[in-house]
Design a protein around this ligand. Structure first.
Ligand SMILES: Cc1cc2nc3c(=O)[nH]c(=O)nc-3n(C[C@H](O)[C@H](O)[C@H](O)COP(=O)(O)OP(=O)(O)OC[C@H]3O[C@@H](n4cnc5c(N)ncnc54)[C@H](O)[C@@H]3O)c2cc1C
Length: 417
């Protein structure tokens, strides 16, 4: 088995991993290695053949493949060492990973490991939807791969499960494949298409008009033999079921971080995000292991993931110079209304991160919403927001962390009306 050593090992060449690699290069680190499971680097944006990428980081509107290609071209220009078709499958030491690729198995020992493995949508099986295992069942990701990369025919009539931003990607992909979306189904009382930029709203108006959102509903059962023939949609308020004929079902959203590698490496996880627990420097509780991008909490936009890549690179450089692995922190615990908070470890004031953000997502609609952060009996922070919508994330300043008492136990994060 091949053995090698490197200063920094980056697992995953999506926007987060590539942005981190480029920033480390810019900071003067030459010895770093990026490993990517897919044959081509660039991550999830490669599959999203629509615009909506690059607004915050590249300051222009790009398509997903264009955005991914721009990161890969930058990495090539800066001579980042990038091995594709190479999957990290295990750990053989605290900071030693085992990878498999075209050259066989190799063991890579690093001084710091960055996990940037992204997230995935929960497929049908994990959502416990009853019925047949017919052809024609997708997630948004597999649909995009099917349509844009494999150039396969999808079907004629589709039902989309979910009515959040990523569901609109499925809607556009179906339109491209000449498959008509006949309904979007959400268990919430309203859709969650908030915060979409205006040109996209206009472009989508006609498609949305033809695919009515069925609220307070769930796809209860998939019917069909070889191919999907219909879905049974249950009204969650009345319990009534109706059958909707279709030959395609797309399960959208319901993100789950690609956490398996983090877990197998013994990285402590956060119960809300289901990703590794991190502080605002994106340090995990395992010394020398960092995490960035959608692995942290499911899907944010690609520019947010790339910005986290830049931040974590600075954090890794500080770690390599000062070995500051042991840092004081307390967990940030969300209340019942809050789905996740990221970062989820409060850590002391930080010159490296003078104006950081804490992101959170809620489980229900709040209009208006009040965010309250408390420790013991002390209120550390309060802010009113016009509204909070599920399946959407919100960012607040993290300056309240300066008030945290690191001997006083967990910080509570709540959202109320
Ligand atoms: C349908 C859809 C539409 C979207 N639309 C938009 C949009 O309009 N605008 C926008 O800004 N964002 C959009 N996004 C979100 C955007 O794609 C993500 O935010 C971004 O890709 C996250 O980057 P990342 O680097 O964290 O993860 P990813 O891009 O997922 O990259 C992770 C990489 O890690 C690799 N990997 C995983 N495990 C291993 C392993 N063990 N070994 C080696 N490699 C591994 C994967 O192959 C992958 O390439 C969309 C996402 C989807 C799914």
């Amino acid at each position: 088995m091949k053995q090698r050593k490197t200063e920094v090992l980056i697992v995953g060449a999506g926007p987060a991993g590539l942005a981190a690699a480029l920033e480390l290069k810019r900071l003067g680190l030459t010895d770093l290695l990026v490993l990517e499971r897919d044959p081509v680097a660039g991550g999830m944006p490669r599959f999203c053949h629509h615009t909506g990428f690059g607004i915050l980081d590249r300051h222009r509107l790009m398509t997903g493949p264009g955005y991914a290609a721009a990161w890969v071209a930058d990495a090539k220009r800066q001579q980042v060492e990038l091995l594709t078709q190479t999957t990290v499958i295990d750990w053989t030491g605290p900071l030693t990973c085992l990878a498999t690729g075209p050259e066989g198995l190799q063991e890579i020992e690093a001084r710091a490991v960055l996990l940037a493995t992204g997230c995935r949508e929960r497929p049908r099986a994990a959502r416990l939807v009853a019925g047949s295992r017919s052809q024609g069942i997708f997630t948004t990701g597999s649909l995009q791969d099917f349509v844009h990369h494999l150039n396969c025919r999808v079907g004629k009539r589709a039902v989309i499960v979910g009515a959040e931003k990523v569901s609109l990607s499925a809607l556009m992909t179906l339109a491209k494949a000449r498959c008509r979306a006949v309904a979007m189904v959400t268990s919430f009382p309203r859709h969650q298409f908030y915060g979409i930029y205006r040109p996209a709203k206009i472009a989508l108006a006609d498609l949305l008009h033809r695919a009515p959102v069925k609220v307070n509903s769930a796809v209860h059962q998939i019917l069909g033999h070889e191919r999907v023939e219909a879905v049974e949609i249950k009204n969650l308020l009345t319990g009534d079921c109706t059958s909707t004929p279709c030959d395609t079902v797309v399960f959208t959203g319901d993100w789950i971080p690609d956490y398996e590698l983090a877990r197998s490496g013994g990285v402590p996880m956060d119960a809300g995000t289901l990703g590794p627990a991190v502080d605002r420097r994106l340090r995990t509780r395992k010394a020398g292991v960092f995490a960035a991008g959608n692995l942290l909490r499911g899907a944010e936009t690609a520019d947010v993931a790339a910005k986290e890549g830049i931040l974590v690179a600075r954090s890794i450089q500080t770690f390599l110079n000062h070995h500051d692995a042991d840092f004081p922190c307390v967990p940030i615990v969300p209340d019942a209304a809050v789905r996740w908070v990221s970062p989820n470890l409060a850590s002391p004031e930080d010159a490296l991160m003078p104006c950081g953000k804490v992101r959170f997502s809620v489980k229900d609609f709040y209009r208006p919403a009040r965010v309250r952060i408390e420790q013991a009996d002390q209120v550390l922070f309060e802010q009113r927001l016009r509204a909070c919508v599920p399946n959407t994330s919100y960012a607040i300043s993290d300056h309240w962390m300066t008030k945290v008492n690191f001997a006083a136990g967990p910080v509570r994060f709540s959202v109320v009306q």
